[in-house]
Design a protein around this ligand. Structure first.
Ligand code: C2E
Ligand code: MG
Ligand code: MG
Length: 677
């Protein structure tokens, strides 16, 4: 069918050269941009060039030199042109797929498709080798079928480009779509020609479309380059947007970070000042988040933070900003409130919402939150002050027993200053010998004999009088002063009990309270061993009290240290039991000897049925784990009677004796001893 004349030779040469030029050009771009679709297109153009070359050689041999179609050279050219003809289409489509879908073709699909189309090309080439009389059939099978497939594929690609075009700026995609459509039409025409020739013997009157094919080829090439450039620009725009997002958002929760929060606060303050409006800043901190993180792992902690962020987000309106400052701290900006009460209502809503248990990685987590609120212009007129005061109010909420919100008041700043002053005075207290130990007896419930004492620290301040540990232990803990203070307590208590062994009772034990900070020192066990050695006290007379919540702060570490201490021979008590974030499974693993039932349960043990039930259950459970139980804060005979009935082992409380200074307790103990004798 194709005529072997000068025009054909020139156009097909031009087509071949264009294909080679395109392949080289795209190879250059591929080196530079490293896009997979460029690799496919480079291969596609290379295959097209090879297709033209092999086809032309075939035609030249057949028409020009009358070489029979069954001649091995003609069979070879037919096979090669079949393979190249089909792989050319496949590679073009792979490239289009990757450009439009933004993901690579799966490697198995890639090789299988290439293998299949190449094989198909070979098969169509090998069919109808033989007498040239069937050349119309052969032409139909070799060229017509390929054109049919190409036409359908190009049409589909054209539609795909057309749809994507709307989402992209620039002309590349539209141009590509148009070029593919024209290609599809051109190929459809080829189908028509081959069908006509094969079935109706109508070869006359067909128009030679070589020029158009050449033109289309050039347009396709340009579209490819236009698409590449537009794709690159879009990718770099996306990258910029992403980087901006990263710079102003928290990676874990996706919430705005501190810089973005402050930025919005600055704008909102300016706006509020212009319109004489109030705005509110919240500072939120999860209570005991560290316990969860330490005991259940960081992935649970992260999961919880994400879930918390989502819930807070659901409590606020559009226009409000919630940000994560880091750790478990969140801030909230409500750019317009009419009354301070509105802010309080929102805070209450958030606190309630966060109270609903979370289910994170198979753990059911109960979370409470402390919230501090400051309001513009009452509590500050610049962003820094507003945030700082909300933070101060949050600390106040923590001091008030957590799980609540506090509105900022100027007195809070006074309190913060007071804390600082206390810290400075405390630094000198130890060297000025202002710290003293009081001792409170622990008695056996059945015999009422004093079996031991608990050392409780006091601060005899020259001007302020006796300061309770509840006031200064937290300051000592945050400032790190608890380390030297704790060591002093330990040494003093051990010395004292050693003295009392001689003067009163050689079997008296002493209990010493520990802070988490002390307990987490790496050489803590050696420190205890040293003090025991120095004072000559046998380890079994020393009982160390750790609170439930400090034990849970780093549970695995706690278990390790407790084992070391047990090996030393000292006893361990779990203090304030029932108030912490405890897990019974851990309790079993902590090697403890004694449970101290917290006084908050003992207080209402005779009036509040649920406290009574808890106390009863704790005692029974402790006994089943082979632990002794001390009832704390026993003040009345009724409480005593109740605990006795529940078979509590020991008691400590005002009913028996308050904590006393050394001299008075000594007198008290000697008196009791005399009474017994
Ligand atoms: P804790 O270890 O639970 O000590 C028991 C507290 O209950 C003591 O308060 C004691 O005075 C008080 N208490 C005893 N009997 C009764 C009673 O019948 N009714 C009432 N309402 N209270 C009673 P204190 O001495 O104020 O100590 C408070 C907390 O300070 C202690 O609680 C302990 O956790 C901590 N603490 C005391 N001394 C030290 C110390 O040397 N080091 C450390 N790290 N903490 C200490
Ligand atoms: Mg205690
Ligand atoms: Mg206690």
């Amino acid at each position: 069918m194709p005529e072997f004349n000068l025009v054909t030779v020139i156009t097909s040469t031009a087509q071949t050269v264009t294909a080679i030029v395109m392949a080289v050009l795209l190879l250059g771009f591929l080196r530079q941009y490293k896009k997979d679709y460029l690799r496919h297109w480079t291969l596609s153009w290379t295959a097209l060039a090879a297709y033209y070359v092999t086809t032309s050689i075939g035609i030249a041999l057949g028409v020009g030199y009358n070489v029979a179609s069954s001649h091995p050279v003609r069979i070879l050219t037919a096979i090669l042109s079949g393979v190249f003809g089909y792989t050319n289409i496949a590679w073009l489509l792979f490239g289009i797929f990757e450009l439009l879908r933004r993901r690579p073709v799966r490697i198995r699909v890639y090789w299988r498709t290439l293998g299949a189309v190449a094989l198909f090309g070979v098969i169509t080439a090998l069919l109808f080798i033989g007498p040239d009389s069937v050349s119309s059939t052969r032409y139909f099978v070799r060229v017509g079928i390929r054109s049919l497939i190409a036409s359908i594929a190009y049409l589909a690609s054209s539609v795909a480009f057309w749809q994507v075009r709307k989402r992209r700026r620039g002309v590349g995609f539209t141009m590509f779509s148009a070029a593919l459509l024209l290609y599809a039409l051109q190929q459809a025409y080829q189908v028509g020609v081959s069908v006509g020739w094969r079935f109706f013997a109508q070869s006359a009157g067909t128009i030679y479309l070589g020029y158009i094919a050449f033109l289309l080829q050039a347009v396709t090439g340009m579209s490819m380059i236009a698409c590449l450039l537009e794709d690159e620009r879009e990718a770099s725009e996306l990258a910029t947007v992403e980087m901006e997002h990263l710079a102003y958002h928290d990676a874990l929760t996706g919430l705005p970070n501190r810089p973005l929060f402050m930025d919005r606060l600055i704008m909102s303050v300016a706006q509020a000042s212009r319109s004489n409006q109030k705005l509110a800043v919240f500072f939120l901190d999860l209570d005991r988040f560290k316990d969860i993180n330490d005991s259940l792992g960081h992935s649970t902690g992260d999961g919880l933070l994400k879930a918390v962020a989502e819930r807070i987000h659901r409590c606020i309106r559009e226009g409000d900003t919630v940000a994560r400052l880091g750790g478990d701290e969140f801030t909230l900006l409500i750019p317009r409130i009419d009354h301070v009460e509105d802010a309080a209502k929102i805070a209450q809503k958030i606190i309630e919402t966060l109270k609903i248990p979370f289910s994170i990685l198979d753990h059911e987590l109960f979370v409470t939150t402390s919230v501090g609120i400051s309001v513009y212009p009452d509590d500050g007129t610049d962003p820094e002050t507003l945030v700082r005061n909300a933070d101060t109010a949050m600390y106040r909420a923590k001091d008030q027993g957590r799980d609540n919100y506090q509105l900022y008041t100027p007195a809070m700043n006074a309190r913060a200053l007071e804390r600082l002053a206390l810290e400075n005075m405390l630094r000198k207290a130890l060297s000025h010998r202002e710290l003293v130990l009081y001792y409170q007896p622990v008695a056996d419930m059945k015999t009422k004999n004093v079996v031991g004492v608990e050392a409780l620290i006091r601060w005899r301040h020259p001007e302020r009088g006796l300061i309770s540990p509840a006031h200064f232990i937290p300051v000592a803990e945050t400032s790190g002063l608890i380390i030297p203070i704790g060591e002093w307590v330990l040494r003093t208590a051990c010395k004292q009990i050693k003295l009392w062994h001689k003067r009163i009772d050689p079997e008296l034990t002493v209990a010493v309270n520990l802070s988490a900070r002390q307990f987490q020192q790496p050489n803590f066990t050696e420190q205890i061993a040293e003090v025991l050695e120095e004072t000559g006290l046998a380890p079994r007379y020393l009982e160390l009290e750790i609170t439930e919540s400090s034990a849970m702060q780093n549970a695995e570490n706690t278990i390790y240290t407790l084992r070391e201490l047990k090996a030393l021979g000292v006893r361990i008590a779990m203090d304030d039991f029932g108030t912490g974030y405890s897990s019974l499974s851990y309790l079993k693993r902590f090697p403890i000897d004694t449970l101290k039932l917290d006084q908050s349960f003992v207080r209402d043990i005779t009036t509040d049925p649920s406290d009574a039930a808890i106390a009863t259950a704790v005692i029974a459970m402790a006994h089943s784990l082979d632990l002794r139980v001390i009832g704390e804060g026993v003040e009345t005979e009724e409480q005593f009677a109740f605990l006795l009935k529940q078979k509590c082992d020991y008691i400590q409380g005002y009913l028996f004796s308050p904590p006393q200074a050394v001299e008075s307790l000594e007198a008290y103990l000697l008196e009791r001893k005399a009474a017994v004798i």
